[in-house]
Design a protein. Structure first.
Ligand code: PMP
Length: 428
């Protein structure tokens, strides 16, 4: 063995070389065992950049993490301790696959605050975040080659999940008022003429990830009606809906449409993602299979975190906390919009979100934002290139900036670092 610091001349010890060969041999033999769908399983670009963004000194405008410091952590610690001490045998045991009844009742109160007033706890399945509900929806409804429609752009985690089921994800254009109903009709007509089987419309109507755009109230019912007329289920993903900066949240598409919409909620953004809890409110006639499929994946959602969330919703002022978060995210969003207006060159456009975590930036046609990420990393700032948010691998002139987890000062600094990179891209 040498101690050379030049890795190109490094001599790999014989036993290591043998071990590497053994691994390569196994990899080659096991490669043929993968299912066809495993080829579609890939790491999301957001997770790639997440790993980079924890480097010290870097301003991360990449990850859409919620701000957690205003949670009553000491009190929650005491609550967790009490749960273990007093109800430990239940909290640490397996629970029911549908989730605890007390929590499902509380979830109905949360949804009522947003405009879904007719939910029955019996129609809810508590899930391991909204992410696992997306997976179950694709699994329960889609055969390989079936179509899921979604907004362009849409949530990268959903794309990865759907594609793993060999689904063909087809995008429908949106504008600053959300998904365009006429485009939806056109897309459905075209696909039907091609003989395709369309199962779901996956939509994030409030503060879309990544664009920050909200589907206006008037379009929501129209979109549900189009889907109903074409026998397509709406999969409404609404983790950000309660985080509207001003005024009352818009009624979800599920409100008034109990048979046409599977509604997905999450505690990740209104409480904390670490509890890994979300829920699906499923039309009664679909509920049993959906719930059994959830059970088959996780057996049951964590009783411990369900009890913690139930305690949070009963013993704490969760509405007050949401109000605090709305003010905080509004300030951060305003800081980002102000910094963009001050520093970004002419020819660059961005959305003005009414809530949520994200601003979507559009550069002139022909500029690919992916290579710019590497320049940005060198300059000490990270974002997510737009190509991550569409099913095609085509280059994109868009990028996503998240303001949720960064102080207003760091947001300004991050945009200051980003600006010269965009300027150079526009000039070249
Ligand atoms: N849907 C959307 C639109 C999201 O942005 C996210 C997370 N960023 C999820 C679902 C996943 O949320 P959860 O933590 O509830 O699994």
């Amino acid at each position: 063995m040498t101690n050379s610091s030049d890795s190109s001349h490094e001599v790999i010890p014989a036993e290591t070389e043998a071990a590497l060969e053994r691994v390569a041999d196994y990899a080659a033999r096991h490669d043929v065992l993968y299912s066809a769908r495993a080829a579609n399983i890939k790491q999301s670009a957001v997770r790639d950049v997440f790993d980079i963004s924890i480097r010290p000194g870097l301003v991360s405008l990449a990850g859409g993490s919620p701000y957690l410091r205003s949670l009553p952590l000491d009190d929650l610690g005491r609550t967790a301790q009490r749960i273990i001490a007093e109800q430990g045998l239940e909290a640490l045991q397996y629970g029911g696959g549908q989730g605890m009844e007390e929590l499902r009742e509380l979830i109905c109160e949360v949804m009522a605050a947003e405009g879904i007033t007719d939910a029955d706890p019996a129609d809810i399945v508590v899930t391991t975040g909204s992410q696992s509900a997306q997976d179950v929806a694709a699994k329960v409804f889609c055969n390989p080659g079936d179509v899921i429609l979604c907004e362009d752009p849409t949530y990268v985690g959903a794309l990865n999940t759907f594609e793993a089921y060999e689904v063909d994800v087809v995008t429908v254009p949106m504008d600053d008022k959300g998904l365009i109903p006429e485009e939806l009709e056109r897309t459905i007509l075209r696909l039907k003429e091609e003989g395709r089987s369309i199962k779901l419309l996956y939509t994030i109507p409030s503060f879309n990830n990544p664009s920050g755009v909200t589907m206006e109230a008037g379009r929501r019912q129209r979109v549900v009606d189009i889907c109903r007329d074409n026998n397509i289920l709406v999969l409404e993903d609404n983790p950000y809906g309660m985080l509207r900066f001003d005024g009352h949240p818009l009624a979800p598409m599920r409100a008034g449409n109990p048979n046409d919409v599977i509604y997905l909620g999450s505690f990740s953004k209104i409480f904390a993602p670490g509890v890994r809890l979300g829920w699906a409110l499923v039309p009664r006639h679909l509920h049993r299979r959906f719930y059994l499929a959830c059970e088959a994946v996780v057996l049951c959602p964590s009783p411990l975190t369900q009890m913690l969330v139930s305690a949070y919703l009963t013993d704490y002022d969760w509405r007050g906390h949401l109000e605090t978060m709305r003010v905080l995210y509004r300030e951060r969003c305003e800081a980002m919009l102000a910094a963009l207006a001050e520093h970004l060159p002419e020819g660059v456009h961005w959305t003005t979100p009414e809530g949520g975590f994200f601003v979507w930036v559009t550069l002139p046609e022909g500029i690919d934002t992916y290579p710019l990420l590497y320049e940005a990393i060198d300059a000490g700032v990270v974002f997510i290139p737009g190509a991550a948010f569409t099913p095609s691998d085509e280059a994109s002139n868009k990028l996503r900036l998240a303001f949720s987890a960064v102080s207003p000062e760091d947001i300004a600094e991050g945009v200051r670092r980003l600006a010269p990179i965009l300027q150079r891209a526009l000039a070249s």
